[in-house]
Structures are given as structure tokens and as C-alpha cells.
Ligand binder design. Sequence first.
Ligand code: UT7
Length: 353
Amino acid sequence: MNIVIIGVALTFEIKATGRAVPQRRVSNEELAQKIDTSDEWIWSHTGIKARHIADAETASSDLGVKAAWNALEMAVERGAYAEKTVEELAFTLDMIIVATTTPDFYGCPSTACLIQNKLGAKNAGAMDISAACSGFIYGLETAAGLLSAGKGRKRCLVIGCEILSRFIDWNDRGTCVLFGDGAGAVLLEKTDAPREGAERRGLLRTLLRADGAGSKNLIIKKGGSRNAYRAGDVFEFAPLIEMNGHAVYNFAVHAVTEIIKDLLEAERLTVDELRWIVPHQANARIVQAATKRLGFPREKFFLNIDEYANTSAASIPIALDELNREGHLKKGDIILCVGFGAGLTYGGNLIVW
Ligand code: UT7
């Protein structure tokens, strides 16, 4: 007798994407007029040509709201919620998760709460994720977990938003040329799509990993409970990003390679079955080195670092939105997102579009 066990397999589809980047575009040439660097050095060492920098009035939540609104508009325009206005759709959100390394305020309130208020998402819970450049990978899995755990929870926004330009030491040419500001968002929804077969959709599998032993290699030392501000402080060090570039580079190549291999193996997939690999956009050379180790074709990897530089938790949702809006994603495409960053954290999501 054959016994068939039917499991309840929930699926979580990305219904829409959005992004927001500041208008001001700063080219390598413009940077080279202010600091001791050159377009040739930045391009050959990182693959970056430009970054977008926010004006002094803009905080992370402002970019996050714009990206979220952009995603909700897409959801309505593309007919997924034809009967609703964008405001009404925001009202139906159950959860807002924000991944950011550069929150509007340290400690509290969370940037997610500020965005929840600005969106008018009165029925949504809201919280931040602190996993640096892997924040979106962690956020997507957290959202799926919350949707599957909570009865009646159906719809969640996952946002990555950053104003890194305010935490960069503009006198440190080894780091300041690498980063930019921006935000990306996805609308995740619990659906009835099948988990198996040709019609399957959604988040197939996520790996979340960390190596806290490397925490000093990418750090903002000032401002937390370890080195709190006190009245009259003379700063021993400023609240700026400090990075051991070589250590992070080696970790990143290893992390990207490990996650891609392990995700493919766990889901018994080959690289040929992937439509895209969307890596965190930190340095094109990291991706080149991982590509070589894996022996994969370079065209599998989507890179837009030339235009935006490293936008930390925003880089993967910005990339997904670009792919989506430019028509490079079809239903059923398998996409592997892989992230790494301060913590040190790393991980990946395998998604069927
Ligand atoms: O989201 C994760 C965050 N971070 C990362 O993923 C960063 C990982 N690390 C890296 O991407 C690379 O290590 C960097 C791009 C940061 C540095 O590249 P590198 O090829 O490892 O350069 P390097 O630090 O070994 O420096 C080589 C030379 C040095 O000069 P000398 O000592 O050889 O004379 C630097 O002073 O390049 C010099 N240099 C620069 N020159 C012009 C460093 N930064 C610059 C610059 N412009 N911006």
C-alpha cells in the first residue's frame, strides 16, 4: 500500500517591486576633484562608475517610503489589486520589515515605524532588521516566517533603505568611493500557488549564516551602548564606517561561493536552471572571483554596481526592481539572491518569480 503524505506547503510570492535613489549622481570624475583618487582606480578595482547621494534633508525612511510607494503603485498598475487604490493597498499591509544599517535614529524608534506611519499602513506591524548588507536576505525570510506563523497575516513589505553617505569617512579613500544611497522594496504575499511542479512560485529556500568573529572588520564604533555619546565628549573616533577591505573581500568571495553552492545543492538545481544570480553589489571583482571559483558563466550574474555603488541592504531589492521593470523576469524564472556584509552576516534566497 502506498501512503501519500500531503504537507501544507505555503508559498510566498513577490507581487511587486520598487526603488528610490536620490537624484544627485556623483561620478568618479567628480569625486576625483575632491579626494585623491581617479576614475581609473575606482573602475578597475570595483566596477563602480557613479553613486547617488541624498541631500541633507533626506533620511533613510524618506527613501524607504518612496521605494515602498513605488512597489505598491506597481502592484495596483499591473492589475494584481485592480479594485484598490495605492492608499487602500497600504491599509491592507500586515507587516513592514525594514533592513537598514543607517536608521533615521539609533536605538528607537525603528525606521519601519516611521515608514509605516508615512504610508498610512495602519494595520501593519513594523520592525527593523539589523544584518547590514545581508539585511534584505534576512528580511525576506523573516517576512515569510511571520506570514506563515500568523493566522490572518497575508501581505508584507520588505524594504532595504540606506543613507550611507552620512556614515562614510570622506577622508578615507579606501572606503568612501565604495558606497551610495538608495532604497528598494518588495511586496510579499502569501498565495495559493503550488510549491511543486511547473506552476510553482515563491520563496523556495533561504540560507542565513553569520561569522561574528569578523565583527571588527566592518564596524561603526561610536554611538551604541559600547561607546555611547556623552555631553562634552571629545571624539576619540567618529560615528563612521571603518573597514578592513582585504578581510571583507576574502570573506565575501568565500560567502558568495558557499551560499550559491549550498542553495543549488539543497534544491537539487543546476546553474543552467537559474535565470539570474543577484548578488549584493559591493564590488564587481568579488563577483568575478566567485564566478571563476564556481566555473559559472558571467552572464548569470546581474550587476548594476556601476550606477549605484554599494547601497548595502538596498542593493538587492534595487537590482530586483531594475530587472523586473526592464522586463527581464518572467513567471517561473528561478532567481538566486546572495548577500554578505557587516556582522559578519551572509545568506541567500532562492525565489521562483
Ligand atoms: O558590503 C560589504 C562591504 N565592503 C566590501 O565588500 C569591500 C571589500 N573590499 C574591497 O572591495 C577591496 O578590498 C577594496 C576596493 C576596498 C580595496 O581594493 P584593493 O585592490 O584591495 O586595494 P588595496 O586596499 O590593496 O589598495 C591598493 C592601493 C593602495 O596603494 P599602495 O599602498 O599600493 O600605494 C591604496 O592606498 O590602492 C590605493 N587606494 C586607492 N587609490 C586611489 C585605495 N583606495 C584608493 C582610491 N583611489 N580610492
